[in-house]
Ligand binder design. Structure first.
Ligand code: AMP
Length: 335
């Protein structure tokens, strides 16, 4: 099932203990699209400025990503983000954010982008996320990412946006901040209890049925109404640049789910899936997300994903599988 993603398309200036890059290709929608392109057709929606190069668009085109809804704003500047990481790469400081063409951005989705069955609302202003969500009322699976900034300054709109999606992907700290609950599982359960205040145009109750809490180098946890699953991050000895790891993770997760059309609940006459995804599918999606993110952090920006191959993904999935399974130990315990 084709995927539409709306989010930032950016120039990133990044400094890590292992080097620095100036104005490299970045942005949440870009990292997501490159990862998801290993599984499905991806359509990117977002603005760029006059300074955005053809070569940057070609990076996405080479992976088969449809960039026809990337809007070039005359006289505008591309979204710019600058960050610096601490020595263990766990702490990141944002040094500069220039919204550029994102200021006053009104998402205009083509017929093609509106026809996608799967939608990813990358981290942008929640009002924009809701606007795009309303343009795809019949999407069968919708996922959303956000950040502390929007929890701070636009929480109500963000909660509205979350109520209209199937899957929420946040950092663990963001999930705690959003719900005010210090316990991660309780926080996730709180989000799972949210339902739309006004029933969606497409009918049905819905509200999120999957919450994914990203935990950086410690992996990620998945909480549904019935279950829980967690995976560690793939253990790497060389991590160069974590920028975009979260979006790459989301691209792996949503891409994998989109590629398994038959396992997503059947669409009702009014549109909208709404059936729970199978536990097995979600677990496999988590594994692919974890593996995609692990490749992303091996080099700066999009460098590693640009030359990643399907075979490399498959090999690492096997390794991750081997290192995370254990068999039952039939030992009679004392006491
Ligand atoms: P991540 O490392 O997964 O949090 O994603 C980093 C990417 O998000 C970078 O490529 C940035 O260009 C982009 N980014 C950073 N801040 C923002 C923001 N406020 N809105 C949208 N995108 C952002």
């Amino acid at each position: 099932m084709p995927i539409t993603v709306v989010g930032s398309i950016a120039y990133d200036t990044v400094k890590t203990p292992f080097g620095e890059r100036e104005r490299m290709l970045g942005g949440a929608a870009v990292h997501f699209a490159l990862a998801a392109s290993f599984f499905e057709d991806v359509r990117v929606v977002g603005p760029v400025g006059e300074d955005f190069g053809e070569e940057q668009l070609a990076v996405m085109r080479r992976r088969g990503v449809d960039v026809s809804d990337v809007e070039r704003v005359a006289g505008g500047r591309t979204f710019f983000w600058q960050g610096e990481y601490g020595w263990d790469l766990n702490s990141r400081e944002t040094l500069d954010t220039q919204l550029g063409v994102f200021e006053g951005f009104q998402p205009k989705l083509s017929e093609r982008s509106r026809s996608s069955d799967v939608l990813f609302l990358a981290n942008i202003q929640p009002d924009l996320q809701r606007d795009v969500r309303e343009q795809l009322p019949h999407a069968r699976f919708v996922a959303l990412d956000s950040m502390n900034l929007w929890i701070d300054i636009a929480r109500d709109s963000l909660v509205h946006a979350i109520e209209s999606v199937d899957c929420v992907i946040l950092n663990d700290a963001e999930l705690r901040q959003l719900t005010g609950k210090p316990n991660l599982v309780t926080a996730a359960r709180e989000v799972l209890s949210w339902t739309p205040r006004t029933p969606p145009a497409s009918g049905g109750a819905r509200g999120p049925s999957v919450v994914v809490a990203k935990q950086g180098e410690y992996g990620a946890a998945l909480v549904t109404r019935e279950g829980f699953f967690a995976l560690p991050a793939y253990p790497l000895e060389t991590v160069i640049d974590p920028t975009g790891a979260g979006d790459t993770f989301a691209g792996g997760l949503v891409g994998y789910i989109a590629a398994h059309r038959s396992e997503i609940g059947a669409t009702t006459a009014e549109g909208g899936g709404g059936e729970e995804l199978s536990d097995g599918l979600l677990r496999r999606a988590m594994a692919h997300a974890t593996v995609l993110a692990s490749f992303n952090v091996e080099e700066f920006g999009t460098e590693r994903l640009e030359r990643l191959t399907g075979n490399e993904i498959v090999a690492r999935i096997k390794e991750l599988h081997a290192m995370t399974q254990f068999s039952g130990a039939p030992l009679k315990l004392r006491g």
